[in-house]
Every structure is written in structure tokens, then in C-alpha cells.
Write a protein that binds this ligand. Structure first.
Ligand code: ZN
Length: 131
């Protein structure tokens, strides 16, 4: 079984912060009043495939960890695959299904329901970028 980083490891070594090294092809935004946070996700795309992803998140560490995982996971995905992944993560955060493979660090969020909105922010921004 592949080694999975813990929540704390991702929190200590965040990845994918803005800016991209090229102008974004698409950009999305989301905000949440409860979390008092917001997220921007920029995508570099060719032929509907995400070549690179970067984010800027203001909010708590849950939002930041979720954004790091997003930036790592969506690179190389077709837009449709990325939308499906975003929906899968959102469902898991809402307690309607298992977390997709590689999202173990987000288990921490599932036991802290008050931070679910924070963890969702970057994924909502991604769906906005792909809308
Ligand atoms: Zn939070």
C-alpha cells in the first residue's frame, strides 16, 4: 500500500500556491462566510487537459491542506475527470461517500464538521473554473 502523508505533513509542506508560471487558461473563485475564507484556483489547460494548477486560499489550515491536495491531484486530468473528482471529494466531505484514493489527509476534516465548508472552498473554486 502506498504511503499516505498525514494531515500535518501536508499542512507543513503546502504545494501549488499561486502563481502559475504561465497566464491561466481558466480561473475560479469561491468564498464562505462561516469559514471566513476564500479560494482562487487558476488552471493552465491544453485541449481540456489540466497541465498545471495553482491556488490562493485565505482561511484555516483545512482549506489550505485541501487546496494543496487539489493542486497535486488535478494536474494531468481531463476537465471532466477533474469535475468528477471535485464532486467525489465534496460528497465525501458532506458525509455521502468515501474519500477518493490519496485523500487520507482530509480524514481530519471529517471529524471536524465545523470545518467542512473550509475544506470545500478550493473544490468549489475548481468547479467554478471549469464551469
Ligand atoms: Zn476552517
Amino acid at each position: 500500500m502506498a504511503y499516505e502523508r498525514s494531515f500535518v505533513e501536508v499542512a507543513r509542506a503546502p504545494t501549488g500556491a499561486l502563481p502559475l508560471d504561465q497566464p491561466p487558461s481558466r480561473s475560479g473563485h469561491a468564498s464562505d462566510r462561516r469559514c471566513r475564507g476564500d479560494a482562487v484556483v487558476d488552471l493552465a489547460m491544453t485541449d481540456d487537459v489540466i497541465r498545471d494548477a495553482a491556488h490562493h486560499v485565505r482561511g484555516c489550515v483545512m482549506a489550505s491542506v485541501s487546496a494543496s491536495l487539489l493542486a497535486e491531484r488535478v494536474t494531468g486530468l481531463h476537465a471532466e475527470e477533474a469535475r468528477a473528482l471535485a464532486r467525489g471529494v465534496a460528497d465525501a466531505i458532506a458525509g455521502r461517500g468515501p474519500l477518493p484514493d490519496g485523500f487520507t489527509p482530509l480524514r481530519t476534516v471529517l471529524v471536524l464538521p465545523s470545518h467542512r465548508a473550509c475544506a470545500l472552498l478550493p473544490w468549489t473554486a475548481l468547479l467554478d473554473a471549469l464551469a
